[in-house]
Design a protein around this ligand. Structure first.
Ligand code: NAD
Length: 257
């Protein structure tokens, strides 16, 4: 049985993960952690508290969808106490990302900007499409998320853009977050990322490959957070028995096959 401690339990993703765990007979939710301001739900679910350090020992794995600061703090607690970590918060700076990655020398960590298996398929489809179209075709990404999302562009859009830039041999500076003003003609070695925010969009990523007189759009739409939660449960099961290391969702998916 994989025992999970859930950080950010009252949030949109936290609730989706808590909702998915009962569907996995070999995974159980042992504790839920939230900020002190967050009202405890009267749902008879797993114990609710505010201090991850106080409950981390109840689980084999901490799953976190919280805030960048809480994600960094959670990784440190897990490393100190020997718990595995599944981490999904986006919008962390490069230094914080590197700090979490370094802790994977001590514990097993799965960290992904997007836990949906559909997005994994989109990334593979994009790699194939980039190999099939002329290198002169322009790459642009449009992402849509709900009005409450804190970071822009989305971690997934950045990930897709970085992978495309790497494949094309573009430098990291090729990523352009939106355009405004007299920006001039589009340079070839550029990947534009455009962020829409509004309503209740769960997560929508479209990658456009545009040639002369024709274009292709590869698009993934998450209609429900269950799309991420199933990947999170698979990742929790995976890290619970994995040795120390930094693992990707690809590794989780291949192990589950
Ligand atoms: P949300 O605001 O609905 O939920 C975050 C929760 O974390 C809130 O309830 C908040 O109170 C709690 N929290 C914040 N700081 C805390 C702390 N120090 N201690 C305890 N609890 C704390 O946000 P969300 O939509 O659930 O998204 C959370 C994060 O996950 C965001 O960064 C989002 O971009 C990311 N996300 C990732 C994926 C993925 O697949 N990797 C999918 C969706 C969202």
């Amino acid at each position: 049985m994989t025992r999970v401690v859930l950080l950010g339990a009252g949030g949109r993703m936290g609730q989706a993960v808590a909702g998915a765990i009962p569907g996995a007979p070999d995974v159980t939710l042992k504790a839920r952690v939230e900020r002190p301001e967050a009202p405890a739900p009267a749902d008879g679910g797993a114990p609710w508290g505010h201090d991850l350090g106080a409950v981390v020992a109840r689980g084999d794995v901490v799953v976190e969808f919280s805030s960048p600061a809480a994600a960094v703090a959670a990784a440190a607690i897990c490393a100190e106490r020997g718990a595995a970590l599944v981490s999904g918060t986006t919008g962390l700076g490069a230094e914080d990302e590197a700090g979490i990655r370094a802790l994977a020398r001590t514990i097993a960590i799965v960290r992904a900007a997007n836990f949906s298996l559909g997005v994994l398929a989109l990334r593979r489809a994009l790699a194939a499409a980039l190999g099939a179209v002329p290198a002169s075709w322009d790459v642009e990404i449009v992402e849509r998320h709900h009005r409450g999302k804190q970071d822009a562009p989305s971690g997934t859009a950045l990930h897709l853009a970085r992978e495309a830039a790497e494949r094309r041999g573009y430098p990291a500076s090729a990523l352009r977050m939106g355009r405004s003003g007299r920006v001039g003609a589009r340079p070839e070695a550029e990947i534009g990322i455009h962020s829409l925010r509004g309503g209740t969009w769960v997560g929508d990523h479209a990658v456009v490959l545009a040639g002369a007189g024709e274009w292709i759009e590869l698009r993934h739409v998450a209609e429900d957070r269950a799309a991420f939660a199933h990947g999170v449960v698979a990742a929790a099961r995976f890290v619970a028995t994995a040795g120390p290391g930094f693992y990707t969702l690809e590794e989780v998916a291949s192990a589950a096959r």
